[in-house]
Design a protein around this ligand. Structure first.
Ligand code: ZN
Length: 315
Protein backbone atom coordinates (compact mmCIF):
# COMPACT_ATOMS: atom_id res chain seq x y z
CA UNK A 1 0.00 0.00 0.00
CA UNK A 2 1.18 3.53 -0.81
CA UNK A 3 0.77 6.61 1.36
CA UNK A 4 0.65 10.30 0.53
CA UNK A 5 0.59 13.56 2.44
CA UNK A 6 -0.39 16.94 1.08
CA UNK A 7 0.65 19.75 3.43
CA UNK A 8 -1.29 22.82 2.41
CA UNK A 9 -1.13 26.23 4.02
CA UNK A 10 -4.48 25.66 5.70
CA UNK A 11 -5.20 21.92 5.58
CA UNK A 12 -3.30 18.66 5.64
CA UNK A 13 -4.51 15.62 3.69
CA UNK A 14 -3.20 12.11 4.38
CA UNK A 15 -4.15 9.32 1.97
CA UNK A 16 -3.45 5.66 1.43
CA UNK A 17 -4.11 3.72 -1.74
CA UNK A 18 -2.52 2.41 -4.88
CA UNK A 19 -1.28 4.15 -8.03
CA UNK A 20 -4.04 6.48 -9.18
CA UNK A 21 -6.53 5.57 -6.47
CA UNK A 22 -7.21 6.66 -2.89
CA UNK A 23 -8.77 4.09 -0.57
CA UNK A 24 -8.78 6.09 2.68
CA UNK A 25 -7.99 9.62 3.76
CA UNK A 26 -8.07 12.10 6.62
CA UNK A 27 -8.12 15.89 6.40
CA UNK A 28 -7.34 18.27 9.24
CA UNK A 29 -6.09 21.84 9.72
CA UNK A 30 -2.34 22.17 9.15
CA UNK A 31 -2.11 24.40 12.24
CA UNK A 32 1.01 25.95 13.74
CA UNK A 33 2.28 22.91 15.68
CA UNK A 34 4.23 20.67 13.25
CA UNK A 35 4.99 18.05 15.91
CA UNK A 36 1.29 17.49 16.62
CA UNK A 37 0.49 17.53 12.91
CA UNK A 38 3.16 14.96 12.00
CA UNK A 39 2.16 12.75 14.93
CA UNK A 40 -1.34 12.63 13.47
CA UNK A 41 0.03 11.73 10.03
CA UNK A 42 2.19 8.92 11.46
CA UNK A 43 -0.76 7.54 13.47
CA UNK A 44 -2.91 7.47 10.32
CA UNK A 45 -0.35 5.48 8.33
CA UNK A 46 0.44 3.18 11.26
CA UNK A 47 -3.26 2.42 11.56
CA UNK A 48 -3.70 1.85 7.82
CA UNK A 49 -1.58 -1.31 7.71
CA UNK A 50 1.43 -2.08 5.59
CA UNK A 51 2.37 1.26 4.00
CA UNK A 52 5.58 0.64 2.07
CA UNK A 53 6.22 4.15 0.77
CA UNK A 54 4.95 7.65 1.51
CA UNK A 55 5.13 10.61 -0.87
CA UNK A 56 4.97 14.09 0.65
CA UNK A 57 3.95 17.31 -1.06
CA UNK A 58 4.56 20.39 1.06
CA UNK A 59 4.00 24.13 0.95
CA UNK A 60 7.20 26.10 0.69
CA UNK A 61 9.71 27.41 0.54
CA UNK A 62 11.11 23.95 1.26
CA UNK A 63 14.04 21.75 0.27
CA UNK A 64 13.05 19.09 -2.33
CA UNK A 65 16.65 18.20 -3.35
CA UNK A 66 17.48 14.60 -2.31
CA UNK A 67 21.22 15.44 -2.52
CA UNK A 68 20.90 18.27 0.01
CA UNK A 69 21.45 17.79 3.78
CA UNK A 70 18.20 19.73 4.28
CA UNK A 71 16.13 17.44 2.01
CA UNK A 72 12.55 17.23 3.26
CA UNK A 73 12.75 20.37 5.40
CA UNK A 74 10.39 23.34 5.32
CA UNK A 75 12.88 26.21 5.06
CA UNK A 76 11.96 29.90 5.20
CA UNK A 77 8.18 29.72 5.21
CA UNK A 78 6.38 32.64 6.83
CA UNK A 79 3.83 30.12 8.17
CA UNK A 80 4.04 30.22 12.02
CA UNK A 81 5.80 27.26 13.63
CA UNK A 82 6.89 25.53 10.43
CA UNK A 83 10.13 27.28 9.42
CA UNK A 84 13.02 24.82 9.75
CA UNK A 85 10.75 21.82 10.37
CA UNK A 86 12.45 18.57 9.29
CA UNK A 87 9.30 16.92 7.95
CA UNK A 88 11.01 13.93 6.38
CA UNK A 89 13.22 13.37 9.45
CA UNK A 90 10.22 13.20 11.77
CA UNK A 91 8.32 10.91 9.40
CA UNK A 92 11.29 8.55 9.00
CA UNK A 93 11.44 8.13 12.78
CA UNK A 94 7.71 7.49 13.00
CA UNK A 95 7.55 5.20 9.97
CA UNK A 96 10.76 3.13 10.07
CA UNK A 97 11.11 0.94 7.00
CA UNK A 98 8.88 3.03 4.77
CA UNK A 99 10.46 4.59 1.68
CA UNK A 100 9.90 8.36 1.80
CA UNK A 101 9.95 11.01 -0.89
CA UNK A 102 9.40 14.76 -0.64
CA UNK A 103 8.53 17.52 -3.08
CA UNK A 104 6.57 20.73 -3.28
CA UNK A 105 2.78 20.55 -3.08
CA UNK A 106 2.46 21.96 -6.59
CA UNK A 107 5.07 19.64 -8.11
CA UNK A 108 3.23 16.69 -6.59
CA UNK A 109 -0.07 17.96 -8.01
CA UNK A 110 1.59 18.40 -11.41
CA UNK A 111 2.82 14.80 -11.24
CA UNK A 112 -0.67 13.55 -10.31
CA UNK A 113 -2.29 15.40 -13.22
CA UNK A 114 0.42 14.32 -15.68
CA UNK A 115 0.24 10.62 -14.91
CA UNK A 116 -3.41 10.13 -13.91
CA UNK A 117 -5.30 13.30 -14.86
CA UNK A 118 -5.36 16.00 -17.55
CA UNK A 119 -1.89 15.20 -18.84
CA UNK A 120 -2.14 11.46 -19.44
CA UNK A 121 0.06 10.51 -22.38
CA UNK A 122 2.08 13.74 -22.24
CA UNK A 123 5.62 14.32 -20.96
CA UNK A 124 5.38 17.92 -19.83
CA UNK A 125 2.75 19.67 -17.72
CA UNK A 126 2.53 22.83 -15.68
CA UNK A 127 0.16 22.91 -12.70
CA UNK A 128 -0.80 26.31 -11.35
CA UNK A 129 -2.90 26.91 -8.26
CA UNK A 130 -4.55 30.25 -7.57
CA UNK A 131 -6.08 30.47 -4.12
CA UNK A 132 -4.86 32.22 -0.97
CA UNK A 133 -1.50 32.24 -2.77
CA UNK A 134 -0.26 31.29 -6.23
CA UNK A 135 2.15 28.44 -6.88
CA UNK A 136 3.21 26.42 -9.87
CA UNK A 137 4.69 22.95 -10.31
CA UNK A 138 6.33 21.63 -13.44
CA UNK A 139 7.01 18.22 -14.89
CA UNK A 140 9.31 18.49 -17.90
CA UNK A 141 10.19 15.43 -20.03
CA UNK A 142 8.70 13.29 -17.26
CA UNK A 143 10.93 14.84 -14.59
CA UNK A 144 9.86 17.09 -11.72
CA UNK A 145 11.70 20.40 -12.03
CA UNK A 146 13.54 21.81 -9.01
CA UNK A 147 16.60 23.75 -10.14
CA UNK A 148 18.38 25.77 -7.45
CA UNK A 149 15.47 25.43 -4.95
CA UNK A 150 12.13 25.09 -6.69
CA UNK A 151 10.28 27.45 -9.00
CA UNK A 152 8.17 30.20 -7.40
CA UNK A 153 5.80 30.81 -10.27
CA UNK A 154 3.44 32.96 -8.22
CA UNK A 155 6.06 35.63 -7.69
CA UNK A 156 6.92 36.45 -11.28
CA UNK A 157 6.49 40.00 -12.57
CA UNK A 158 3.67 40.40 -15.07
CA UNK A 159 2.49 43.18 -17.37
CA UNK A 160 -0.25 45.31 -15.79
CA UNK A 161 -2.68 47.82 -17.33
CA UNK A 162 -1.25 51.32 -16.65
CA UNK A 163 -4.39 52.42 -14.83
CA UNK A 164 -4.19 49.43 -12.53
CA UNK A 165 -0.61 50.20 -11.56
CA UNK A 166 -1.81 53.49 -10.15
CA UNK A 167 -5.02 52.05 -8.68
CA UNK A 168 -3.62 49.07 -6.77
CA UNK A 169 -0.13 48.39 -5.46
CA UNK A 170 -0.64 44.69 -4.76
CA UNK A 171 -0.44 42.78 -1.49
CA UNK A 172 2.69 40.60 -1.70
CA UNK A 173 4.78 41.49 1.37
CA UNK A 174 7.95 40.87 -0.65
CA UNK A 175 7.18 42.28 -4.09
CA UNK A 176 3.96 44.28 -3.92
CA UNK A 177 2.46 43.74 -7.35
CA UNK A 178 3.97 40.43 -8.43
CA UNK A 179 1.48 37.91 -9.94
CA UNK A 180 0.40 36.63 -6.51
CA UNK A 181 0.30 40.19 -5.19
CA UNK A 182 -2.37 41.20 -7.71
CA UNK A 183 -4.18 37.95 -8.58
CA UNK A 184 -4.45 35.63 -5.54
CA UNK A 185 -7.55 35.58 -3.36
CA UNK A 186 -6.33 38.17 -0.82
CA UNK A 187 -5.38 40.51 -3.67
CA UNK A 188 -8.87 40.26 -5.18
CA UNK A 189 -10.43 41.04 -1.81
CA UNK A 190 -8.11 44.04 -1.34
CA UNK A 191 -8.59 45.33 -4.90
CA UNK A 192 -12.37 44.94 -5.10
CA UNK A 193 -13.36 45.42 -1.48
CA UNK A 194 -14.90 41.97 -1.03
CA UNK A 195 -13.78 38.34 -1.39
CA UNK A 196 -14.18 37.10 -4.96
CA UNK A 197 -16.92 34.64 -4.00
CA UNK A 198 -19.04 37.51 -2.65
CA UNK A 199 -18.92 39.37 -5.96
CA UNK A 200 -21.70 37.57 -7.82
CA UNK A 201 -22.64 37.89 -11.53
CA UNK A 202 -25.36 40.35 -10.47
CA UNK A 203 -22.69 42.66 -9.03
CA UNK A 204 -21.47 45.55 -11.22
CA UNK A 205 -17.86 44.66 -10.35
CA UNK A 206 -18.12 41.01 -11.47
CA UNK A 207 -17.22 41.32 -15.16
CA UNK A 208 -14.42 43.81 -14.59
CA UNK A 209 -12.93 41.71 -11.81
CA UNK A 210 -12.79 38.50 -13.82
CA UNK A 211 -11.61 40.28 -16.98
CA UNK A 212 -8.70 41.74 -15.03
CA UNK A 213 -7.98 38.40 -13.37
CA UNK A 214 -7.96 36.76 -16.81
CA UNK A 215 -5.58 39.42 -18.12
CA UNK A 216 -3.16 38.70 -15.27
CA UNK A 217 -3.46 34.96 -15.72
CA UNK A 218 -2.89 35.26 -19.49
CA UNK A 219 0.18 37.43 -18.85
CA UNK A 220 1.60 34.83 -16.49
CA UNK A 221 0.80 31.93 -18.83
CA UNK A 222 2.49 33.81 -21.71
CA UNK A 223 5.69 33.79 -19.64
CA UNK A 224 5.39 30.12 -18.73
CA UNK A 225 4.66 29.09 -22.34
CA UNK A 226 7.71 31.01 -23.54
CA UNK A 227 10.08 29.84 -20.80
CA UNK A 228 9.22 26.19 -20.15
CA UNK A 229 6.96 25.26 -23.09
CA UNK A 230 4.54 22.96 -21.25
CA UNK A 231 2.44 20.58 -23.35
CA UNK A 232 -0.56 21.34 -21.12
CA UNK A 233 -1.40 23.79 -18.33
CA UNK A 234 -3.72 22.86 -15.47
CA UNK A 235 -5.14 25.70 -13.39
CA UNK A 236 -6.60 24.84 -9.99
CA UNK A 237 -7.16 26.43 -6.60
CA UNK A 238 -10.17 28.22 -5.14
CA UNK A 239 -9.88 31.16 -7.56
CA UNK A 240 -8.25 29.39 -10.50
CA UNK A 241 -10.65 26.52 -10.98
CA UNK A 242 -13.50 28.84 -11.96
CA UNK A 243 -14.16 27.61 -15.56
CA UNK A 244 -15.38 31.09 -16.53
CA UNK A 245 -11.90 32.41 -15.73
CA UNK A 246 -10.33 30.04 -18.23
CA UNK A 247 -12.94 30.92 -20.88
CA UNK A 248 -11.89 34.56 -20.50
CA UNK A 249 -8.18 33.73 -20.32
CA UNK A 250 -7.66 31.52 -23.42
CA UNK A 251 -8.27 34.24 -26.08
CA UNK A 252 -6.16 36.71 -24.12
CA UNK A 253 -3.28 34.22 -24.03
CA UNK A 254 -3.58 33.80 -27.82
CA UNK A 255 -3.67 37.53 -28.33
CA UNK A 256 -0.66 38.02 -26.08
CA UNK A 257 1.44 35.38 -27.84
CA UNK A 258 0.48 37.09 -31.13
CA UNK A 259 1.08 34.05 -33.30
CA UNK A 260 4.76 33.80 -32.37
CA UNK A 261 4.31 30.46 -30.60
CA UNK A 262 2.08 28.82 -33.19
CA UNK A 263 1.38 25.26 -32.13
CA UNK A 264 -1.88 23.37 -32.79
CA UNK A 265 -2.00 22.39 -29.11
CA UNK A 266 -2.17 26.05 -28.12
CA UNK A 267 -5.30 26.59 -30.19
CA UNK A 268 -7.13 23.78 -28.43
CA UNK A 269 -9.45 24.50 -25.48
CA UNK A 270 -7.68 21.53 -23.90
CA UNK A 271 -4.41 23.44 -23.58
CA UNK A 272 -5.37 25.38 -20.44
CA UNK A 273 -7.74 23.29 -18.34
CA UNK A 274 -9.07 22.77 -14.83
CA UNK A 275 -7.74 19.75 -12.87
CA UNK A 276 -9.08 16.43 -14.15
CA UNK A 277 -8.56 14.99 -10.67
CA UNK A 278 -10.59 17.74 -8.99
CA UNK A 279 -9.29 18.35 -5.47
CA UNK A 280 -7.33 15.09 -5.57
CA UNK A 281 -4.43 16.21 -7.81
CA UNK A 282 -2.09 16.53 -4.82
CA UNK A 283 -3.22 13.33 -3.09
CA UNK A 284 -2.98 11.19 -6.24
CA UNK A 285 0.33 12.88 -7.04
CA UNK A 286 1.69 12.12 -3.57
CA UNK A 287 0.86 8.42 -4.08
CA UNK A 288 2.61 8.57 -7.47
CA UNK A 289 5.65 10.18 -5.85
CA UNK A 290 5.72 7.31 -3.35
CA UNK A 291 5.47 4.81 -6.18
CA UNK A 292 8.33 6.43 -8.09
CA UNK A 293 10.47 6.34 -4.95
CA UNK A 294 9.81 2.62 -4.58
CA UNK A 295 10.73 1.99 -8.23
CA UNK A 296 13.85 4.12 -7.92
CA UNK A 297 14.97 2.27 -4.82
CA UNK A 298 14.64 -1.04 -6.62
CA UNK A 299 16.94 0.05 -9.46
CA UNK A 300 20.68 -0.66 -9.54
CA UNK A 301 22.68 2.28 -8.19
CA UNK A 302 24.21 3.32 -11.50
CA UNK A 303 20.82 4.10 -13.00
CA UNK A 304 19.73 7.69 -13.01
CA UNK A 305 16.47 9.17 -11.64
CA UNK A 306 15.47 9.59 -15.29
CA UNK A 307 15.58 5.82 -15.65
CA UNK A 308 13.26 5.51 -12.66
CA UNK A 309 10.77 7.86 -14.23
CA UNK A 310 10.85 5.96 -17.52
CA UNK A 311 10.46 2.64 -15.72
CA UNK A 312 7.54 4.04 -13.70
CA UNK A 313 5.94 5.24 -16.92
CA UNK A 314 6.47 1.85 -18.58
CA UNK A 315 4.72 0.12 -15.70
ZN1 ZN B 1 5.62 38.17 -4.54
Amino acid sequence: MLGGIEFGGTKTVCVVGERGGVTDEIRFPTGDDPAANLERCVAFFAGAGDVTAVGVGAFGPCDPDPRSPGYGTITTTPKPGWAGCDVLGVLSQGLPGAVLAFDTDVNVAALGELVHGAGRGLQSLLYLTIGTGIGGGLVCEGQLVHGMMHPEMGHIRIARPPGEVAAFGGVCPYHGDCFEGVAAGPALAARWGDPAQDITPADDRHGAMWDLEAAYLAAALHNYVCTVSPQRIVVGGGVGENPDLLVRTRPLLHESLAGYVDQPALRSPDYVVTPALGNRSGAIGALELAYRALVEQSLPRQQTPGAAARQADAL
